[in-house]
Design a protein around this ligand. Sequence first.
Ligand code: GLA
Length: 387
Amino acid sequence: MNIYPDKITDVFQAIYAKNPTLIVRAPGRINLIGEHTDYNDGFVLPAAIDKAIYFAIRARPDRLCKLYAADLEQAYEFSLDNVQKSSVSWANYLIGMVSELSAAGLTIPSGFEVAFGGDVPNGAGLSSSAAVESGMGYALSELFGLNISRLDLALTAQLAEHHFAGLQCGIMDMFASIHGKEQSVIRLDCRDLSYEYFPFDLTNYRIVLCNSGVKHTLAESAYNTRRQECEEGVAILKNFYPSIRSLREVSLAQVEAHRDDLPDNVYRRCRYVTGEIERVVAACEDLQRGDLGAFGQKMYETHAGLSQDYEVSCVELDFLVEAAQTLEGVIGARMMGGGFGGCSINIVNTEKVEDFIEAISTAYLNQYHRPLVSYVVTITNGVEKIG
Ligand code: GLA
């Protein structure tokens, strides 16, 4: 049973001594394939999952905005007349949404009280921050009848992340948290934001996430550097292909042809990204044919590229993927999300899930003397009002 919708209502009542008028659920996300392709205008294949952040909210008669982080048991408040970045990092995701919505020309008519919390593990690569931003934006839109489209919500959340969290992220995480659909993965074209749902049947297979427990702090890591390296590659390749605007418009063959024109690190980043964009397209064809085996092989290829060329993995994630590859019933595995820690994603034959978790947990404990936490996730709808 999911305790969070009730829990967040109870917390709201305890903190504010009133009832909330609206409850919102905003899910975390997985990504089957297409990593570090979103900010290169490529394709991604994410889905919303049954791990989510819940919001209980109510309007106030004045201009005060009261925030309460239920999991941290911390409060923060600010006035709509003074919306500024805070030194309290969790508050910035919510303040960022208020600020970016106002910057987009929307009027938030009054202050509000909100309590939020949930079961998206922090720093595990499941996009808890995008869930917080998406949920906050959706809650404000519903509470005040702002009628913000889902696409605009995602774009606003991305700006909040850029300006208030300092991460130059792509659009994937918030798009998935907002547009998720039960039993479907989203093939999103990050160049024009067109998307298509692909059925993802989990009768015979399960998606298992193994949390390395290595917390990634993307903004402080090499994420923004990777983005710059890709831009550097585009700037150099433009000398040869003047019409290109992003790595989406470059083929792997073109990168190979200009290997000597690119600094080695930039060459390897471009090689990975162009190969990955082509791989997502082919992986979607595998899904359409129902060839999960071929799909899983591509997940391994993605991992190898992320680890060796893009250099965003870590020894723990490499270990988890290598271990998974030797276990019975595993169709595919790779590190997931921005990297430098977080989870591996594994597609595992339903009948083998228990054995898989037991074997990989034992191996991880023996190797790193740390327990491995695994989650078997299901695919759900995107952000929604649940009360
Ligand atoms: C993080 C970012 C996304 C995306 C992934 C890597 O999750 O927020 O925009 O770039 O990393 O695919």
